[in-house]
Design a protein around this ligand. Structure first.
Ligand code: UGA
Length: 434
């Protein structure tokens, strides 16, 4: 069985590596020759726990290949996965130019009958569009069939999620195609949902929209908790024990970031509006998140007034722990506001700092540890709950900061713990300690 993956971002690379680990021969294609060269040497372009080890193993065992040649990638393949990005356009809709370019290249280079599987998150109807490109540009008279196979892995636990997912969704309009894709996934031994192409495409958007809704909902509850003197952590566990609600994704914080929820909620809203449906709920989910992402900054301004000349520490830059991805991270919004106000900003993140340095250069000081970042600071913001950040004892803030004033966007410390110390501790959805 010969498999190709177009695109070596999170989804493409992890899928390619995991399929090779199962035993398939996999070729991963990317247009970026430099990146391909690195990957051939077993170097992952993304930080993802466990990925590089599997990459190296499968390269050595001869099952995993990387190429920047479209011909090598698409000729003589049984399955070709499209896993390229679908970035946000200015109007919020998904930009399909990379998906279209891959479809055209497959149509040009394929030399045998192939099933083309779209893994990229794409608007409903895209697979039909892919099929029409494949048919129209078909150069070698081969037969193309298409399937939708959305991906549900999370950054930071992508390899684990691939082997332990809750389900694999296969959207195909022909039974024969669905059965072939199902057989491909059989070794994963995971529950499989077979449905139409359009429903599969919609499942992906609906899943991300639902998870984003849970986050905005709990953040909204946190804001109410702050005003009525309740504790959001207790409220989350209290409601989460109801199986109909479920305990996952009820952590209040500084809103959702990353390359998926912000983009996909907007794309779904845009898709609905193209069909003359304005989704009031999706609009609210996005609006609540936009406000929540700057809530720490608002709390700081309310507390200290002007931030001009203050020495400020920002702990955690990635949009969540265990990734170096800073896309749509609340840290970036916070840093921009702090710099605008004339604060002196020192940042720390165990992995993501180089990406932030690319954007902010010498406007920031880059610390080698949380302690170094908070030393002599007037204010400290906790943005990402990396384990080394959340395990920093509160006494360290007292010892190293000029005045221990902490704005915790991830509720890393319990209120009971914070109350033991002479600190200012403002968190999310809980009583302020001042
Ligand atoms: C998300 C989905 O969880 C994956 O299932 C999906 O495949 C992926 O998007 C995608 O579409 O590619 P990811 O963006 O990697 O995965 O990260 P999550 O772990 O879902 O977190 C997203 C954001 O929500 C983070 O900023 C996180 O801090 C925030 N979050 C999450 C909360 O604020 N509270 C929570 O309870 C959970």
């Amino acid at each position: 069985m010969n498999i190709s993956i177009a695109g070596t971002g999170y989804v493409g690379l992890v899928t390619g590596v995991c399929l090779s680990e199962i035993g398939y021969h996999v070729t991963c294609y990317d247009i970026d020759e430099g990146k391909v060269q690195h990957m051939r040497d077993g170097i992952s372009p993304i930080y993802e726990p466990g990925l590089e080890e599997l990459m190296k193993k499968n390269i050595v065992e001869g099952r995993l290949h990387f190429t920047s040649s479209a011909n090598e990638a698409y000729e003589k393949k049984d399955f070709i996965f499209i896993a390229v990005g679908t970035p946000e356009k200015e109007d919020g809709s998904a930009n399909l130019q990379y998906v279209e370019a891959v479809a055209e290249a497959i149509a040009t280079h394929a030399t045998q009958d192939t099933i083309v599987i779209t893994k990229s998150t794409v608007p409903v109807g895209t697979n039909e569009h892919v099929k029409s490109i494949l048919l129209e540009k078909n150069k070698n008279g081969v037969q193309f069939q298409v399937a939708s196979n959305p991906e549900f892995l999370r950054e930071g636990s992508a390899v684990y999620d691939t082997f332990n997912g809750d389900r694999i969704v296969i959207g195909a309009d022909e039974e024969e195609v669905a059965l072939k894709v199902e057989a491909l996934y059989k070794p994963f031994n995971l529950p499989i949902v077979k449905t139409s192409i359009r429903s599969a495409e919609m499942i992906k958007y609906a899943a991300n929209a639902f998870l984003a809704t849970k986050i905005s909902f709990i953040n909204e509850m946190a804001n109410i908790c702050e005003r009525v003197g309740a504790n959001i952590d207790d409220v989350s566990s209290g409601i989460g024990m109801d199986k109909r609600i479920g305990k996952e994704f009820l952590r209040a914080g500084i809103g959702y970031g990353g390359s998926c929820f912000p983009k996909d909620t907007k794309a779904l809203l845009q898709l609905a509006s193209e069909k003359d449906y304005t989704s009031p709920m999706l609009q609210s989910v996005i609006e609540v998140n936009d406000k929540q992402r700057v809530v720490l900054y608002s709390k700081a301004v309310e507390k200290v007034g002007s931030l001009t000349g203050k020495k400020v520490a920002v702990l955690g830059l990635a949009f969540k722990p265990n990734t170096d991805d800073i896309r749509e991270g609340a840290s970036l919004l916070l840093i921009r506001e702090l710099l605008k106000d004339g604060a002196h900003v020192t940042v720390y993140d165990p992995i993501a700092m180089p990406h932030v340095e690319k954007e902010f250069g010498d406007q920031l000081v880059y610390a080698g540890s949380s302690i170094e970042a908070i030393t002599d600071a007037n204010l400290a913001f906790i943005v990402t709950e990396w384990s080394d950040i959340k395990s920093l004892p509160l006494t360290a803030y007292i010892e190293y900061m000029r005045e221990p004033m902490i704005f915790d966007g991830r509720n890393c410390y319990s209120i009971e713990e914070a109350k033991k110390y002479p600190i200012t501790y403002l968190s999310i959805g809980r009583e302020p300690i001042e």
